[in-house]
Design a protein around this ligand. Structure first.
Ligand code: SAM
Ligand code: SF4
Length: 314
C-alpha cells in the first residue's frame, strides 16, 4: 500500500530478538543488553501473525533481523511459518554469519530465499576487537557453508568506518573479482554507542568511488547504487543513508522484537502491535504505514531513536 507520502511500502524488517552473540562496538554496549523475560519478546506465533497481517497490507518481502536472528530459539519455525504465507514473495535474513556453519542448511530447507552476511573486516585481530567476542574464521566458514547449500546471490554488508576499515576497501573489492557476491559498503549512522564517535569515523561511501575510478556503474537495486570492476564475478553496492539520503525511495517498515511497529529506523515514533489480532492488527499496520515519517534527520544530528540498532533490527 501507499504511505502518507505516496511511497509504496512492501518490505518488512522483522526483528526476532535483541540479543546477540557479538558486541560490535558501534551497535551494542560492551555489557550487551539485559536479557528480558521470554514473554516480552514476540512469540513464534505472534511473529507469523504479524507477517500474515503485513502481507495482507501489501508487504511482499520480509527480512528477519535482530540482534542476531540465528541465536533466537525457534528461528527455523519462524522461517517455516513465514514462508508458508501466501503472497509473500521473498524471505530474507541478515546475520553476522557466525552460526551459519550449523544453520545454513536448515535455513535453506526452512524456505529462506536470500542471506545478507555482515562482515566489517578481513583481519582476524580487528574482527575480534570490533565484535568484542567474534572469530573471523567462523564467519568465513559461514559464508562458504551458505554457498554450499545454494545461497548463491550472497550479499556481504560492510559498515565503512574511518580509521577502522577504510584501508581494507581494496581487499573487499578483490573479493568481488573472485566470488559472485555483492559486497556492499554502508555508511556508519550515528546512533546508540557510535552517536558520539568522532566525525572522522563517519565517511561518505563516495570516497570509494574517488579512490577506485575503475568501478563501472550498473543498475541500482533498491537503495543501493551498484558498480562492478571489469572482469569481476561479483558486484559492489554503496548504501549512503547520510551522504545521499534515500528516504524518498524507502519501501520499509520495521517491527521490533518487542512488537513495536516503526515507520523509520531513526524516528522515536512506535506503534504497539502486541495483543492485536486479525483486522485490528491489519488496521494498526495500515495506520503505521500511513504515519511513516517523510525522512530522517541524520544530516542535522544523531538519530532521534533512543534504541540501539540491535534493539530495532538493522
Ligand atoms: N546481527 C545481524 C548482523 O550483524 O548482520 C543482524 C542485525 S545488525 C543490527 C544489522 C546490520 O546493521 C549489520 O550489518 C550492522 O553492521 C548494521 N549496523 C549496526 N549499527 C549500525 C550503524 N550505527 N550504522 C550502520 N549500520 C549499522
Ligand atoms: Fe550483533 Fe549484528 Fe549488532 Fe554486531 S551488528 S552486535 S552482530 S546485532
Amino acid at each position: 500500500m501507499l504511505d502518507g507520502c505516496g511511497r509504496t511500502i512492501d518490505y518488512l524488517r522483522l526483528s526476532v530478538t535483541d540479543l546477540c552473540n557479538y558486541r560490535c562496538r558501534y551497535c551494542m554496549p560492551a555489557e550487551g543488553v539485559c536479557k528480558r523475560p521470554h514473554a516480552d519478546i514476540l512469540s513464534v506465533e505472534e511473529l507469523v501473525e504479524i507477517g500474515q497481517a503485513a502481507v495482507a497490507c501489501g508487504v511482499k518481502k520480509i527480512r528477519l533481523t535482530g540482534g542476531e536472528p540465528l541465536v533466537r530459539r525457534g528461528i527455523l519455525s519462524i522461517c517455516r511459518g513465514l514462508r508458508a504465507i501466501p503472497g509473500l514473495e521473498e524471505l530474507c535474513l541478515t546475520t553476522n554469519g557466525s552460526l551459519l556453519p550449523e544453520l545454513a542448511k536448515p535455513l535453506r530447507e526452512a524456505g529462506v530465499d536470500r542471506l545478507n552476511i555482515s562482515l566489517d573486516t578481513l583481519q582476524p585481530e580487528r574482527f575480534a576487537n570490533m565484535t568484542r567476542s567474534g572469530t573471523l574464521s567462523d564467519v568465513l566458514d559461514g559464508i562458504h557453508a551458505a554457498e554450499a547449500v545454494g545461497f548463491t546471490d550472497l550479499k556481504l554488508d560492510t559498515v565503512l568506518i574511518g580509521g577502522f576499515n577504510d584501508d581494507e576497501v581494496g581487499g573487499f573489492l578483490q573479493l568481488t573479482m573472485e566470488h559472485p557476491w555483492e559486497v556492499r559498503f554502508i555508511e556508519l549512522m550515528p546512533m546508540g554507542p557510535c552517536a558520539e564517535w568522532e566525525t572522522s569515523c563517519f565517511l561518505s561511501v563516495d570516497t570509494i568511488l574517488k579512490r577506485y575510478s575503475t568501478l563501472q556503474v550498473i543498475e541500482p537495486n533498491g537503495v543501493a547504487r551498484r558498480y562492478h570492476l571489469p572482469g569481476a564475478k561479483g558486484t559492489v553496492g554503496l548504501i549512503s543513508p547520510l551522504s545521499h539520503d534515500f528516504c524518498g525511495q524507502c519501501r520499509r517498515i520495521r517491527v521490533t522484537a518487542d512488537g513495536k511497529l516503526k515507520g523509520c529506523l531513526h524516528s522515536r515514533e512506535e506503534l504497539p502491535l502486541r495483543g492485536l489480532h486479525g483486522k485490528d492488527l491489519e488496521d494498526a499496520i495500515r495506520r503505521g504505514i500511513l504515519q511513516k515519517p517523510q525522512r530522517h534527520h541524520l544530516a542535522e544530528g544523531p538519530s532521534d531513536t533512543p534504541r540501539t540498532m540491535n534493539q530495532i533490527g538493522g
